[in-house]
Write a protein that binds this ligand. Structure first.
Ligand code: ADE
Length: 369
């Protein structure tokens, strides 16, 4: 069967299959042509200014394009350039990031912006090596910015690219290994085109995002690399890419307390290290407390419980732990000693960054559930 983009590919006689590097080189024609026809129109692609490419690439780590779009727009409005980002109050920055998760990514953005102000006249350095020295910028992000925004010939290997290329090559190596990624970067460096290196990288990422998808069956019928793909030819799509199985996540039960007094709700700041560092939260304790235990816990702290309602169960999955939560909405007479901050619902919405883990309970206090 002749495939859509076959004419742009070098022919591969059955008796003389392509070697690894030749096969990678053969991706160029069909890939660039397909990307020209199929690239999604995205805000950071329409105007690939280095600052915009940087912010979008950091947001796109661990988060889907559709979810990123509104965050990107709001972030650009609040922090339109490196200077605004460097000067951003941390709490406001985290509030704009709220819901994207992995909050250190936002903190690193601010740190890197500070360095750009001091060392690079408020701009992103136009060098792969210098970009990589900045906080939060690893080889993938440095490669993405350098190639997409500056047109430099460097690879950008993320999980999408690892999946696509290990399938093309039918490589059974563990794509979570740093050495496998490094080798792929090395090989790509030798075969990348001088023209359109940013499109080449984004083409591979795009195939990984919309054709050779991360979960579920790849849409091989739509793939410009159909004829080159050894995993497809050899029936190995279910086992490639290979990843070492992860350790199961720790399961944690927590009891979440929505403490309300005169229309204000108690929040507290989390410790400044560890999970969800420095973000705010509803008071919560490990384990499942009964109503009586909750009342006792609050009385010990000098609280006077007026009434208590069940606030339902909720689950949140982090990378290494799962929280299985049960909530109580407790109406207090008077507030509690210092430990908690009693704030309005409006302040919770607009001022204090509360992680997504609590979204079920935030909805509840806002009457949305
Ligand atoms: N995921 C990561 N980087 C991306 C990009 N530049 N375009 C689309 N999806 C992406």
């Amino acid at each position: 069967m002749e495939h859509l983009y076959d004419k742009l590919q070098i022919l591969e006689p059955e008796s003389e299959p392509l070697g690894r590097i030749e096969r990678m080189k053969a991706m160029e024609g069909p890939l660039l042509s397909w990307y020209g026809d199929h690239a999604r129109i995205l805000p950071w692609r329409e105007n690939p200014h280095p600052y915009r490419v940087w912010i979008s690439e950091i947001m796109l780590q661990q988060t889907r394009v559709e979810a990123v779009k509104p965050y990107f727009a709001r972030f650009m409005e609040a922090f339109p350039d490196v200077k605004a980002l460097a000067q951003a109050p941390e709490e406001l920055l985290l509030k704009r990031w709220e819901g994207l998760g992995y909050y250190n990514r936002a903190r690193n953005l601010k740190k890197a912006a500070g360095i750009m102000m001091e060392q690079w006249e408020g701009r992103l350095p136009a060098s792969y090596g210098e970009l990589k020295k900045l906080p939060g910028i690893g080889s993938y992000t440095a490669g993405a910015i350098a190639s997409i925004a500056y047109g430099l010939r460097v690879p950008a290997v993320d999980g999408n690219v690892l999946r696509v290329i290990s399938r093309i090559l039918a490589s059974r190596e563990d794509i979570l290994k740093a050495s496998v990624k490094r080798q792929m970067e090395e090989d790509l460096k030798t075969i990348m085109p001088k023209e359109r290196p940013g499109d080449f990288n984004q083409g591979l990422i795009e195939i990984g995002a919309v054709v050779c998808v991360p979960n579920g069956q790849p849409k091989c019928g739509e793939c410009p690399l159909f004829s080159l793909c050894l995993a497809r030819k050899e029936g190995l799509l279910d086992s490639i890419p290979y990843k070492t199985p992860k350790k199961p996540r720790r399961q944690e039960k927590r009891t979440v307390l929505i403490l309300e007094s005169e229309g204000k709700i108690a929040i507290e700041k989390r410790p400044d290290t560890g999970l969800l560092a420095s973000l705010y939260q509803f008071p919560n304790v490990e384990g499942r407390l009964t109503e009586e235990e909750v009342a006792e816990f609050l009385t010990e702290q000098g609280g006077r419980v007026e009434r208590m309602e069940a606030a339902g169960e909720a689950k949140h999955i982090f990378s290494h732990v799962e929280w299985h939560m049960e909530g109580y909405h407790i109406f207090l007479e008077g507030t509690l000693p210092k430990k908690y901050l009693f704030v309005s619902r409006h302040e919770i919405r607009t001022k204090y960054p509360l992680p997504n883990a609590f979204s079920a309970y935030i909805k509840r206090i806002n009457g949305e559930s």
